[in-house]
Design a protein around this ligand. Structure first.
Ligand SMILES: Cc1ncc(COP(=O)(O)O)c(C=O)c1O
Length: 456
């Protein structure tokens, strides 16, 4: 353990970040003239300011000062093949020569739909939109139309995008010991709260309790099969099967948001767990790096969008199904088969085991969680079963996580500042072992801060 004072360690990390990234600071200052805080995407912001990227290549990102980072963010898990994969880029180039979006259907739409339907047994029919947020929104809309009910059961702390009816308890209710209370995000109308019921993740009893009482109001349960955005929490044994049974017993639909978790198996986490939801929302990796969303599921439900039918549900979107996104998405999935999934899942395991080893070696209390190529770190060795556990484990350690993030950036490793790491296919054991080494060295440097917090 080094003998430096905590404030001195923090100061040196901060100073080094500033010294390494003057061009990013200049960009930030210029951006602040035209964008609030110089930012356009909350999740990508961190203090003192994020580095500005100029190039992404394979597993690496290069910033405006020429610094190189191994990228474990991968645009919030979406770049499963890292940056500018030659096969995907080639498909994009070929398509852009023939136009980008045409205002009429193109073959590539049903080709990508076919590929996804063939991989995901619960998805018989599917439509494209432009974001994961739209995908969850249309899953919910069709669930209302199909069931004639308006309410939803959502996981406390679950994230499903930016639209109003899921911007309820995106951070969990920390105050209540009983049923979580609905709390809309700032700016979201309070009326959204009345029809959203909340249960902690991994808690079948609470779901049953709510359904017993409110099932006649609830169109569907909407949930990620793992809490991806909500902290990388895997489902406990039997939980997803239990949710399927409860949905059937109480006559509500089951919607899986696989915007993140689709990457952990060729057929999504639902295939890994062998559970069939009624509807699924997709996004991120199915667009080959371009903005995309898709929603699909049971044919009898999805038929409500069939424009040949009277009173069908309208779903448009100027860029929905555009030819470039379709080409990029198809190429991306064409080279992402189960063997590729297995390889990066194994690398994910190596990463989490390495991080656990680093916690043990440095004597800092902590642990990792996640599934396959998705991993999260927390400064606790307890099993985190829901979003409340995750947030409560994070609160005392915000400063430690912040400095760990900056120190690892200083050493060339980029991860999501809440402690999430995503493995991509261009990575090998070399990148994983480098991340583990840097993690261990950074933890060692920050040990005085960790000890200070743990003794408080
Ligand atoms: C689980 C989950 N659902 C939905 C979304 C929304 O997707 P998008 O950002 O493409 O709107 C996200 C985004 O991170 C997500 O993590």
């Amino acid at each position: 353990m080094n003998g430096k004072h905590v404030d001195q360690i923090k100061k040196e990390i901060w100073q080094e970040y500033l010294e390494r990234t003057p061009a990013s600071l200049k960009h930030t200052q210029a951006a602040k003239n035209f964008m609030p805080g110089g930012d356009t995407r909350s999740i990508a912001f961190y203090t003192p300011y994020p580095f500005f990227a100029v190039e992404g290549k394979g597993s690496c990102l290069y910033d405006a000062d020429g610094n190189k980072y191994i990228d474990f963010v991968n645009n919030m898990t979406s770049l499963v093949h890292g940056h500018a994969h030659p096969y995907v880029m080639d498909a994009i180039r070929k398509q852009t020569k023939k136009g980008i979006t045409h205002g009429v259907p193109v073959e590539a739409q049903y080709k990508l739909a076919e590929l996804i339907c063939k991989r995901v047994p619960s998805v018989e029919s599917l439509r494209f939109c432009n974001t994961g947020s739209e995908a969850t929104m249309f899953c919910m809309r069709v669930a209302r139309a199909f069931t004639g009910k308006e309410g939803f059961l959502k996981m406390d702390g679950g994230y499903h995008g930016g639209h109003d009816f899921v911007q309820i308890n995106t951070t969990p209710d920390l105050a209540t010991e009983d049923l979580p209370k609905a709390q809309a995000t700032k700016g979201v109308p309070a009326c959204t709260q009345t029809d959203v019921f909340l249960a902690p993740f991994n808690d079948l009893n609470t779901v049953e309790r709510i359904l017993k009482d409110k099932a006649e109001k609830i169109a569907a349960i909407i949930m990620e099969p793992m809490l991806g955005a909500g902290g990388g929490v895997p489902p406990q044994e039997g939980y997803l099967q239990g949710m399927r049974e409860l949905a059937d017993r109480y006559n509500v639909l089951l919607i899986f948001d696989e915007v993140i978790s689709f990457r952990v198996h060729e057929g999504g986490l639902q295939a890994m767990a062998d559970v069939k939801p009624d509807l699924t929302a997709f996004g991120k990796i199915i667009g080959g790096g371009f903005p995309i969303g898709a929603f699909g599921g049971r044919k009898d439900i999805m038929e409500m969008f069939d424009p040949n039918k009277p009173d069908s549900i309208t779903h448009s979107g100027t860029f929905s199904g555009n030819a470039v996104t379709m080409a990029a998405g198809y190429a991306n999935l064409e080279i992402y088969h189960q063997k590729d999934v297995d390889r990066i899942n194994t690398l994910g395991k190596r990463l989490t085991e390495g991080f656990d080893g680093a916690f043990a070696k440095t004597g800092i209390q902590g642990g990792t969680r996640g599934i396959g190529s998705l991993a999260g770190i927390a400064f606790t060795d307890k099993v985190l079963k829901d979003s409340k556990d995750v947030v409560l484990s994070m609160i005392p350690y915000m400063e430690l996580m912040q400095y760990l993030h900056l120190e690892m950036l200083n050493r060339g490793i980029f991860f999501l500042h809440r402690g999430m790491f995503t493995v991509s296919t261009p990575m090998t054991e070399i990148e994983i072992d480098k991340a583990i080494k840097v993690f261990e060295a950074s933890l060692e440097l920050l040990k005085p801060l960790a000890v200070k917090i743990q003794n408080q």
